[in-house]
Design a protein around this ligand. Structure first.
Ligand SMILES: Cc1cc2nc3c(=O)[nH]c(=O)nc-3n(C[C@H](O)[C@H](O)[C@H](O)COP(=O)(O)OP(=O)(O)OC[C@H]3O[C@@H](n4cnc5c(N)ncnc54)[C@H](O)[C@@H]3O)c2cc1C
Length: 405
């Protein structure tokens, strides 16, 4: 048997032996949807999802490619592929969703000093700390380098004052990776990247409600927040390079979360089957509405092609060099297809897809309506579609800037 086949059989046995049986039997609606994000709040918890995070985290398989010395699995690209295949075949849940794993960790591996890597990476792998992203400000979204949150050198610590906005899950996060202004005389070269413990005195979060009725993000205020000197990643005023790199990781990873169902892309389930249930079928058993059938087929084919492109791009990224500006293509396409899927779902359900609450609507119908409303944010979060198209034009296609009149 080849080494890879040995690894496959080991992985298969380990997964089967360590998967909490409650998760196999559980109705997803009965599970605490927050637990999968981990964090301090779940320390000592016996929730089966937390047990799954802990077991996979101790094995290093929540971050299978990260080096073993930082808690990761140290697996090769081929081994990761095998692990993913085994997880899909066995129907195992993703153990941990985390901004630490998807965005901060890869950036720390590239830019942090040894002490920072040793402190933060193993805790990300084990899901012990939940991170949020403090980038956007009321006056700095697409023009992110216009950010104004001040970070002053006070000798033995940094002092932070300012406001962030749209900070996803800031009210639930334990730490924040944050962009701050350390030099007001320069724009991009006056930004630094700091790590802030959200339990520090002077940090306040206020949830904002989305159009879907959820409150997944917050205004975040920093008032005279003291941050240890060792929490700055990279050099003083060198944060912009890290910020951009982290955005590439975000755009590479965010796309996998759109459209699979749930909050981001509408109700879960096969779109074609759902449409057949509501619209009916013709004499051959196909969806009765030919035009809707064509558009649903096109959307499903696009999603399939996108999944293959995401897998290829992730493999290229693992093979060397990390993600590139091409992640903007994926982010743009994933947001468009997810929004289209939500629109098709609502169209197929007709009036039943337009409920907000009440007995006249089934649970999955209300999920579809709220998912459709939530999907409006897909073309904004992680950089708007317009901004991503600009990145593709400039950095992928090499087109010149528009001539200024
Ligand atoms: C669900 C969700 C979650 C989010 N989570 C986070 C988070 O965790 N942390 C965080 O820091 N931020 C987060 N954001 C904020 C997000 O990154 C910003 O909303 C986004 O970057 C756009 O910034 P803005 O809202 O200020 O819009 P603006 O930048 O004001 O843009 C307004 C409009 O102008 C267009 N526009 C702007 N500049 C250009 C240009 N140069 N060319 C063409 N068109 C342009 C935009 O495309 C957009 O349509 C989140 C947003 C959403 C919706």
């Amino acid at each position: 048997m080849s080494e890879l086949e040995d690894f496959r059989s080991e992985a298969r046995q380990w997964l089967a032996a360590n998967y909490p049986p409650e998760l196999r039997e559980a109705d997803p609606a009965s599970l605490d949807s927050d637990a999968v994000w981990g964090g301090r709040k779940y320390e000592g918890s016996t929730d089966p999802q937390v047990l799954w995070i802990r077991r996979m985290g101790e094995k290093g398989w929540t971050a299978p490619t990260w080096p073993v010395r930082y808690g990761g699995g140290g697996l090769s690209a081929e081994q990761v592929r095998v692990l993913e295949e085994e997880m899909a075949a066995g129907g195992y849940r993703q153990p941990l969703i985390s901004f630490g794993l998807l965005m901060l960790g890869p950036a720390l591996l590239e830019y942090a000093d040894e002490a920072q890597k040793t402190e933060h990476l193993p805790r990300i792998v084990r899901g012990e700390i939940r991170w949020c992203q403090g980038y956007s400000e009321p006056g700095a979204g697409s023009d992110l380098a216009g950010l104004a949150t001040r970070c002053e050198d006070r000798g033995d610590h940094w002092l932070i004052n300012g406001q962030k906005i749209w900070t996803s899950y800031a009210d639930k996060a334990d730490w924040c990776f944050c962009l701050v202004r350390t030099d007001t005389s320069k724009k991009h070269e006056g930004i630094s990247f700091v790590l802030i413990d959200m339990s520090s005195p002077g940090v306040e979060t206020r949830p904002i409600r989305l159009i879907s009725g959820e409150s997944p993000f917050c205004e975040t205020f920093f008032t005279d927040v003291k941050v240890p000197k060792g929490n700055m990643v990279g050099r003083l005023n060198g944060g912009w390079e890290i910020a951009k790199r982290l955005l590439q990781y975000e755009r590479q990873n965010i796309s996998g979360g759109f459209g699979g169902g749930g909050g981001a892309g509408g109700a879960a389930g096969d779109l074609g089957q759902i449409a057949r249930n509501y619209v009916g079928v013709d004499e051959t058993g196909r969806l009765a509405d030919g035009d809707l059938r064509r558009r649903i087929t096109e959307n499903k084919m696009n999603f399939q092609a996108l999944q293959m492109t995401i897998a290829r791009s992730a493999a290229e990224s693992r093979a060397g060099g990390g993600p590139s500006a091409a992640t903007s293509i994926i982010k743009y396409a994933a947001a468009s297809f997810a929004q289209e899927r939500s629109e098709l779902m609502i169209e197929a359900m007709g009036h039943q897809g337009l409920g907000w609450e009440g007995d006249a609507f089934k649970g999955h119908e209300l999920t579809a309506t709220r998912g459709w409303l939530r999907s409006k944010g897909n073309s904004i979060e992680g950089g708007t579609s317009e901004v991503n198209i600009n990145v593709v034009a400039k950095r992928v296609l090499g087109l010149p800037d528009p001539i200024k009149q």
